[in-house]
Design a protein around this ligand. Structure first.
Ligand SMILES: [Zn+2]
Length: 287
């Protein structure tokens, strides 16, 4: 079975990116899995602390493992935005493939100190696990926001990234390069797009040579995403777009079948609604 690190290496060599989609339930998991199967590409599903609490940590680990084994699709599980050592150790022991250890809210030196300790502790539990560190400010909450936070002061510099990567020994880095968690109402309406700082991505990549993950990519301009991948982004996180497709799909499925009570008859259109978002994103990342 192919390892996650090999998948990232191959994506980097080919100048493509691996799609990462957050899931909270079986509908979103089925949709991401079916889209990746249709596109014949590896994929990562992510569960934040809230998402895995709802799903059940051991349950989502078992589901992803069962899909990987039965269908031979390289599908991996990431413990997204894990904010403490205790939680990171818990998910490492449960069998996730990757952990985003996110102390980006702390001053850089303290973030470095604690992330370095986490990398050492987690690799001692499972040497093959990948650990991602995060620096800069990309906001929080994969939700629909009324107004954009001012993230200009929180952009990651190439110098900070180099220091962080060298001292912590993380496997992957989540920088702040114009990306933002969640979407504005104008973005949901299709009237505005997020724009990325491509030159900053290129500089960070040149200084670190590390795999970079673009968080908060929902609502980003397609052409900017392609350029960001060309400049050194290897993984792209999409969550809010998935949640919107799930919600709108659910509303439509319920209103079009007002008398139906059988879940496996109500829910397939919701799977299709989520796939309609995930499939084109995977296709774009693989161009
Ligand atoms: Zn994120």
């Amino acid at each position: 079975m192919v390892m996650l690190r090999e998948v990232l290496t191959q994506a980097g060599n080919e100048g493509v990116a691996v799609g990462h989609f957050n899931v909270s339930d079986l509908v979103t998991l089925k949709a991401v899995f079916e889209s990746a199967t249709d596109e014949n590409v590896p994929v990562v599903v992510g569960v934040s602390e809230g998402e895995r609490q709802f799903f059940g940590l051991r349950q989502i680990v078992a589901l992803v493992k069962s899909l990987r084994e039965e269908y031979s699709l390289p599908i991996f599980l990431n413990a997204d935005h894990t904010h403490s050592m205790a939680n990171a150790i818990e998910v490492a022991k449960a069998g996730v493939d990757w952990i985003v250890f996110d102390l980006s809210i702390l001053p850089l030196e303290e973030n470095i100190r604690q992330t370095k300790a986490a990398v050492e502790a987690l690799k001692s539990i499972r040497p093959e696990i990948l650990v991602e560190g995060e620096i800069g400010d990309i906001g929080s909450g994969s939700e629909i926001h009324d107004a954009a936070p001012d993230l200009r002061k929180g952009l990651t510099t190439a110098g900070e990234a180099k220091q962080f990567v060298e001292e912590t020994k993380v496997d992957t880095l989540a920088p702040a390069v114009g990306n933002m968690h969640g979407m504005l109402k104008s973005m949901v309406a299709g009237k505005a797009k997020k724009r990325l700082d491509i030159e900053r991505i290129r500089q960070i990549k040149e200084q670190t040579h590390i795999f970079m993950t673009l968080h908060g990519a929902s609502g980003t301009d397609d052409e900017d995403l392609r350029k960001a991948i060309g400049a050194g982004i290897t993984v792209v996180h999409i969550n809010t777009e998935v949640r919107i497709a799930w919600r709108y799909g659910m509303d439509a499925a319920l209103s079009s079948q007002p008398k139906e009570i059988v879940p496996y008859k109500v829910l397939p259109p919701v799977v299709e609604s989520v796939k309609a978002v995930v499939t084109p994103r995977l296709a774009l990342f693989s161009l």
